[in-house]
Design a protein around this ligand. Structure first.
Ligand code: AMP
Length: 629
């Protein structure tokens, strides 16, 4: 079937289309109603249907492919590789689920998972799914304060962590960060389950709270745990993401709609079917990790390759060696990952047999054309840019080689995927802009299956964050876009104060709050500034409470440390400038866009609302003088 026909059917006859797609997964009880849209913009897919993500990922495949590899977890940090067949993964997940049950974790309970890309992170996620517990994986690069915020919002019954992660050969202990987060949190989990890889000799378990996973696993090694059948719209997991406020939003995903959307995306977009191999370089802490390292490939009956380590360690050929060794068909990475490799000898791209690799998908941030050309030429494979958000859970824009490959246009993530009714509209009037004109990318609700159901515990925030921007009820992507005459969409960056650092989404507000926690700081403005490698980097401009009598360099270094300690190294400011004043509007709003423009040597734009022109000069002087840290 042609792409156009397939897409049109998904838009014109959504219920028939999705009813058909729903047959790709196992339903313990079939849905009674395909779509309930009685309470816009909330929608429920496959109402009354009962299913389970773990069953669809594992049990369903045991008969036909029990001995096929399900998960390959490779760590170039520890030097270990774990290969698990569907049967072995099923056994590990059952043991893990039995441990969870022995700790009184039941359906609907939240479980925070704070682990690096190791096999047990996948076991833990699937074990939660099996018993109907709601997992909330927190990216291991986030520091204690960030973890504490997520704990207090999710109120978990249990936290599962590793003793440590590793990066570039250096051990990064996780457990002390968990202890600090639990000390800071208002509602810390009563129990912490520690998966100890023996990386941190200083690991200490707190009696009465902390438990060692290995001991419990041994008690439950042969257990089988019955699947908890969930109504399609019950929550499967939470995944926190940054917005414009300092408080991250818990994106809540359902069960049935998510499984159906992933099943569809696996064959049609990623061109991976049962028995084939997918390698995603993402971390389990991100949306890509959830959808395409864990649930997507397993629901499809494919083999998922998980990688812990740098793209350049032990050498810059490591990713391609993995592709050769496991016969990877589809690889999924980020533009930053490729830009890291671009700094290395291009000969590494030719050092391995990539004859079985068909596609390299890149997502998470804008793919610049030079990088796209470099990697296309280097590995001689089609590079498919795809655009999505944590909120959507699967691509909004992509090309669909598993269905009907359309021509690649460099700089564009392509065409709308099934179920997404997209418009590009004028920010002020809400009217559609013409072809090749810039506007805001919006999704006409109801959102397709797989997208978020709501913000955890906060329907009002779901409405105001995403649906409160226009007179019409529309989901704002908060991204600028242009659609060309052929319907290809180009993404031009965020409309809000969210920045994208190496494909990681960070809220400038969170970083500002962290900088302002330094006792000497009066106020801070954080902006994202263009960076050759990471796309954007955070840059801080701050005023001090007592100007003049402070050592600017020392205070600036202290601000940077506050961010690293509270939020994690991912948010580390690239530069910190101490200034006498920050440019604001007359109503007191920080003019972040003007500061950003100056920092990128661009025109500061409309300054009609600027309160004090001297503040802008001050920023310019600071830029000319150079950063304080
Ligand atoms: P996250 O929720 O962390 O995946 O971040 C989503 C945001 O990343 C989007 O709103 C975009 O701003 C950006 N993004 C993701 N994929 C792409 C892409 N292929 N091209 C341009 N921007 C992208």
């Amino acid at each position: 079937m042609s792409y156009e026909e397939f897409y049109r059917r998904s838009i014109e006859q959504p219920e028939a289309f999705w009813a058909e797609q729903a047959r790709a997964i196992h339903w313990h009880k079939p849905p009674e109603r395909i779509l309930d849209y009685d309470r816009p913009p909330f929608r429920r897919w496959f109402v009354g249907g009962e299913t389970n993500l773990c069953y669809n990922s594992l049990d369903r495949h045991l008969e036909a492919r029990g001995d096929q590899l399900a998960l390959v977890a490779i760590s170039s940090e520890t030097g270990q590789t774990r290969e698990l067949s569907y049967r072995e993964l099923h056994r590990e997940v059952n043991a893990f689920a039995a441990v969870l049950k022995s700790l009184d974790v039941v359906r609907g309970d939240r479980v925070v998972i704070y682990m690096p890309n190791m096999a047990e992170a996948v076991f833990a996620m699937l074990a939660c799914a099996r018993i109907g517990a709601v997992h909330s994986v927190v990216f291991g690069g986030f520091a204690a304060h960030n973890l504490a915020l997520r704990i207090d919002d999710a109120r978990p019954k249990l936290l599962i962590c590793a003793d440590a992660g590793m990066r570039g050969g250096k051990v990064i202990p996780y457990k002390p960060l968990v202890d600090a987060a639990c000390a800071e949190a208002a509602s810390p989990p009563p129990r912490v389950l520690v998966v100890n890889r023996g990386l941190d000799p200083a690991l200490r378990l707190i009696a009465g709270r902390d438990l060692d996973y290995a001991g419990l696993r041994a008690q439950h090694a042969e257990a089988t745990v019955e699947v908890e059948w969930l109504e399609s719209n019950e929550p499967s997991y939470l995944l926190y993401t940054s917005g414009t406020t300092g408080k991250p939003k818990g994106v809540q995903r359902d069960v049935g709609g998510y499984a159906v959307a992933l099943a569809l995306s696996m064959w049609s977009i990623y061109d991976v079917r049962a028995g084939q191999v997918m390698f995603s370089t993402s971390d389990v802490g991100w949306a890509v990790g959830h959808s395409y390292n864990v649930y997507g490939p397993l629901i499809a009956g494919a083999t998922s390759v998980l990688y812990e380590g740098l793209p350049t360690h032990p050498d810059p050929g490591i990713w391609w060696r993995i592709c050769e060794q496991y016969g990877v068909r589809t690889m999924f990475s980020s533009p930053t990952g490729i830009r890291v490799l671009k700094k290395q000898d291009a000969a590494w791209l030719k050092a391995h047999d990539l004859s079985r690799l068909q596609w390299l998908f890149l997502a998470g941030e804008p793919l610049d054309e030079p990088t796209a050309h470099w990697i296309t030429d280097g590995i001689d494979k089609p590079i498919i840019d795809n655009y999505w958000q944590t909120e959507t859970g699967w691509p909004v824009l992509a090309l669909m080689p598993g269905l009907d490959m359309r021509p690649i246009k460099f700089g564009s993530p392509g065409l709308p995927t099934p179920g997404y009714r997209l418009r590009v509209i004028d920010e002020a009037t809400g009217r559609d802009v013409g072809a090749n004109e810039k506007g805001v990318l919006v999704i006409v609700p109801p959102l397709p299956p797989g997208c978020m159901s709501t913000v955890w515990n906060d329907d009002a925030r779901f409405l105001s964050s995403y649906f409160g921007h226009f007179k019409e009820l529309l989901y704002s992507s908060l991204d600028w876009a242009i659609r060309d005459d052929d319907g290809y969409t180009f993404i031009l960056g965020r409309t809000d104060d969210v920045i994208n650092v190496a494909g990681h989404r960070l809220g400038t507000r969170e970083i500002e709050e962290s900088v302002a926690s330094h006792p000497a700081v009066a106020e801070a403005a954080v902006i994202g500034v263009h960076d050759e490698l990471k796309g954007q980097v955070p840059v801080v401009f701050a005023t001090l409470k007592q100007a003049g009598d402070q050592d600017a360099a020392r205070v600036a270094a202290g601000m940077r440390q506050c961010v690293v300690d509270q939020l994690g190294a991912v948010a580390r400011p690239a530069r910190v400038y101490v200034v006498a004043a920050l440019p604001k509007t007359r109503s007191g709003k920080l003019l972040r866009r003007s500061i950003q423009a100056l920092a990128e040597s661009r025109d500061p734009g409309d300054l009609s609302t600027l309160d004090d022109p001297a503040a802008l000069d001050e920023v310019q002087r600071a830029l000319a003088r150079g950063a304080d840290a």
